[in-house]
Design a protein around this ligand. Structure first.
Ligand code: ADP
Ligand code: MG
Length: 276
């Protein structure tokens, strides 16, 4: 614990990709747990009505539990709904319940409907190093709320056929939100998930993504791993479910890269310039 620099202010990271099944939720909860194990204080906000991130963190999210729905649609505060995650010190979760499925429609008539989440985060007074927001597989009002609240977009890309398909739409939405609602917003991080080093396809996709995006792509890829996919059914991240597994180590390393990049401008870049 405590081995990595902490950011000067809370880094708000939106994990988005409107494709389902690419590893958004898996990445959100495992990166969050990794950052917490590295010594950071981290809040996961579950913005998917399925509540998969809440499940994976072992957080109760049956219909009566105070949830992010109450924050967005009613006037609850984040403090009313945030729960600590068992077994991982410094990790917290604002759960999603199935109510959230109606929020896209219910929010339409609400004042400042795009900035409900931003408002709630601004009012939250607990000290945090990171907030990770797990988005649903769509670009609707819930994802827009995340993009307005956040500064960094994290895009998990599954190493499969058509990996880049549909990304243009996400990137255009990021530009739109940046232009109209949130000038700080940018794509900071691309993470290759479900990487199978034995297949040619995976390395081809990785190469394509790296040539398309460049420095945003983390050096660490997340391997395809049964341990990663088993962990949620025990209400755990892979970090506590199987700490020594390749999946666990790769998320710790990805988190380390992210933490170090947060201080890139002050520490790492000048050194590299001298070398070059
Ligand atoms: P999304 O949130 O984008 O829909 P998920 O994170 O739920 O995607 O992942 C989709 C499925 O793939 C889940 O069943 C999950 O357990 C599995 N999965 C995700 N990452 C990995 C991985 N690295 N190795 C094996 N299975 C994975
Ligand atoms: Mg998900």
């Amino acid at each position: 614990r405590g081995s990595l620099p902490r950011p000067d202010e809370t880094r708000i990271m939106v994990v988005a990709n409107q494709k389902g099944g690419v590893g958004k939720t898996t990445t959100t909860v495992n990166l969050a747990a990794s950052l917490a194990l590295h010594g950071a204080r981290v809040l996961v906000i579950d913005l998917d009505p399925q509540g998969n991130a809440s499940t994976a963190l072992g957080i109760d999210h049956h219909a009566k539990v105070p949830s992010i729905y109450d924050v967005l649609v009613e006037n609850s505060t984040l403090s009313d709904v945030v729960q600590p995650v068992q077994d991982v010190e410094g990790l917290f979760c604002a759960p999603a319940t199935i109510d959230l499925a109606g929020a896209e429609i219910e929010l339409v008539s609400v004042v400042a409907r795009e900035s409900r989440l931003q408002r709630a985060i601004n009012a939250y007074e607990q000290p945090l190093d990171y907030i990770l927001i797990d988005c649903p597989p769509s670009l609707g009002l819930l994802t827009v709320n995340a993009l307005v609240a956040g500064a960094e977009v994290v895009i998990p890309i599954q190493c499969e056929y058509y990996a880049l398909e549909g990304l243009g739409q996400l990137l255009r939405n990021v530009e739109l939100v940046r232009g109209h609602l949130n000038p700080r917003l940018h794509v900071s991080t691309i993470l290759l998930t479900m990487y199978d080093g034995r297949t040619r396809l995976a390395s081809q996709v990785a190469e394509e993504v790296r040539s398309h995006f460049g420095t945003e792509v983390l050096r660490t890829n997340i391997p395809r791993s049964v341990r990663i996919s088993e962990a949620p059914s025990y209400g755990q991240t892979v970090l506590t479910y199987d700490p020594g597994s390749s999946g666990s180590l790769s998320y710790l390393e990805a988190a380390r890269e992210i933490a170090l990049r947060g201080v890139t401008s002050q520490h790492v870049l000048p050194q590299q310039e001298q070398r070059g």
